[in-house]
Design a protein around this ligand. Structure first.
Ligand SMILES: [Zn+2]
Length: 180
């Protein structure tokens, strides 16, 4: 998701190329992370660096071409300290009854924003970077961002919330851009 200000995180990290629509990789189903090892942690750190540089507030591993159930998020405001969150194997435990409408962007779909109504609160279970089971109650932008990123793990994109007609217009535009 977008946007957030860029703040340098750690200089040892790498910025990864972000896969963009219409690349079919984005439609893949991501499989669970079996073990939180050094390679996964390095991937998570590089994803955070890539997200901050973009800038964005969330990024799923499939967006850098890795079909694993791993997402990174940071919905801290401009004047707040960074709050990087690494979420492995997220499972939605409960969606709240109320809806929140937000104009969402996606780092894989440049220059497109889609007004989407989603539950305004969500409870997830996930594994943290130390390999521990965690539960998180999220609301506001974080709740929206979590649902957006979990959709990525199932190959779902914000354009899927559009009518077929509008979706075709967006995809045609992106194909034109990728051809230059
Ligand atoms: Zn996205």
């Amino acid at each position: 998701m977008t946007p957030a200000p860029y703040v340098s995180y750690l200089s040892s990290m790498a910025i990864l190329p972000i896969v963009q629509l219409p690349d079919a990789v984005l439609r893949q189903f991501s499989t669970p992370v079996q073990q939180v090892d050094a390679a996964i942690l390095k991937l998570a750190d590089n994803m955070l660096e890539t997200m901050y540089a973009a800038p964005g507030v969330g990024l799923a591993a499939i967006q850098v071409g890795v079909p694993k159930r791993l997402i990174v998020l940071d919905t801290a405001g401009d004047n707040e300290p960074k709050k990087p969150l690494v979420v492995i194997n997220p499972e939605i435990v409960r969606l709240g009854p109320e809806l929140r409408s937000y104009e969402e962007g996606c780092l894989s779909i440049p220059d497109v924003r889609v007004e989407i109504e989603r539950p305004s609160t969500v409870i997830i279970r996930y594994v943290d970077r130390e390999g521990r089971q965690q539960q998180l109650d999220a609301d506001g932008l974080l709740a929206t961002a979590i649902q957006h990123e979990v959709d990525h793990l199932d190959g779902k994109l914000i354009v899927d919330f559009l009518t077929r007609l509008k979706r075709d217009i967006v995809i045609r535009k992106l194909k034109k851009i990728s051809r230059g």
